[in-house]
Design a protein around this ligand. Structure first.
Ligand code: CA
Length: 248
C-alpha cells in the first residue's frame, strides 16, 4: 500500500481522487492548501510515496509548493495538475521540480496510471537503498547508466554520481540528460528538446529549456559558467560532449 497526498482545494475533486486512489489500494490524505501540505510533507511524522499537487491553490500555489519541497531536498515524486494545458505552466511545473503533469480536465484512468508510474520509480529507489540490492558497479554503459569523465548518470534510480557525491535528479532532469546523451556528436535544438523530452508540440517559449540546462551544468560542470560538457551551439541549441579533452 502506498501513501499518497492529494493537494487540491476543490473538495469534490479532491474527494473524487481520494475515492479512486483508495479503490486502487492506496492510503490517501487530502490537504486543501499549499501551506498545510508543506507542513505535512516537511514534518517527520508521516512519509508519503507520491503527491498529486494542483497548481491552482489559495495562498501558495502548486509551483511554490514544489519549489519549497525540492529546496528542502525532499524528492517525493510529484504529479502536478495544471489548470490549462499552457506549455508555460507545464515548463514552470517541471522547473519547480514536478516529475510529471496532467492538464485539467483529466481522464481518471490516465491519472491513476501516471501515479502508478511515479510509485514504481519510488520503489526502485528504495530498492537501490538496500545494500544487498545495490547493483554491482557497471564498467560499461547500459541503457540504465552512462559513464563519462568520472561521472555516472544512473537513469534507473535518477541519480548522478560526481566523484564521491551523489545527486538526486528529477525525472525530467534525467530524461533531458538522456536525450542529450543519445545525441552525442550532434547539437540538439530547443524545439527538438521540447518535442522529444517534454512531448510539447506547441509553439512556446523555448527559453524555458535554458533553466534546465543551467541546472544540469551546475551538476556536471566544474565551472558552470564555462561549460565543457553541455555547450551552447550558437543558433542551433545545445550539444553534450562526454569527453571534452578527447575532442579533436
Ligand atoms: Ca484547485
Amino acid at each position: 500500500m502506498s501513501r499518497i497526498l492529494v493537494v487540491e482545494d476543490e473538495s469534490h475533486l479532491a474527494e473524487g481522487l481520494r475515492f479512486n486512489l483508495e479503490q486502487e489500494g492506496h492510503s490517501v490524505q487530502v490537504n486543501a492548501t499549499g501551506e498545510e501540505a508543506l507542513k505535512r510533507l516537511m514534518g517527520n511524522k508521516e512519509e508519503f510515496d507520491a503527491v498529486v499537487l494542483d497548481v491552482m491553490l489559495p495562498g501558495q500555489d502548486g509551483f511554490a509548493v514544489a519549489r519549497a519541497l525540492r529546496a528542502a531536498k525532499n524528492y517525493v515524486p510529484v504529479l502536478m495538475l495544471t489548470a490549462r494545458s499552457r506549455p508555460e505552466d507545464v515548463l514552470e511545473g517541471f522547473a519547480a521540480g514536478a516529475d510529471d503533469y496532467l492538464a485539467k480536465p483529466f481522464n481518471l484512468a490516465i491519472l491513476i496510471a501516471r501515479v502508478q508510474s511515479l510509485l514504481r520509480r519510488k520503489i526502485w529507489q528504495h530498492g537501490a537503498d538496500q545494500p544487498q540490492a545495490k547493483p554491482a558497479p557497471r564498467s560499461a554503459d547500459t541503457p540504465e547508466a552512462f559513464h563519462f569523465a568520472g561521472k555516472i548518470v544512473d537513469f534507473e534510480n535518477l541519480r548522478l554520481h560526481v566523484g564521491k557525491q551523489t545527486l538526486q535528479l528529477t525525472l525530467m532532469e534525467s530524461e533531458l540528460l538522456r536525450y542529450l546523451i543519445q545525441n552525442v556528436g550532434h547539437p540538439v535544438s530547443r524545439k527538438a528538446i521540447l518535442e522529444n523530452v517534454w512531448g510539447l508540440h506547441e509553439d512556446t517559449d523555448t527559453r524555458a529549456i535554458d533553466n534546465f540546462i543551467v541546472r544540469l551544468r551546475r551538476y556536471i560542470e566544474e565551472e558552470p559558467a564555462k561549460p565543457r560538457h553541455l555547450v551552447t551551439v550558437r543558433g542551433l541549441g545545445y550539444e553534450f560532449i562526454p569527453f571534452p579533452d578527447k575532442k579533436k
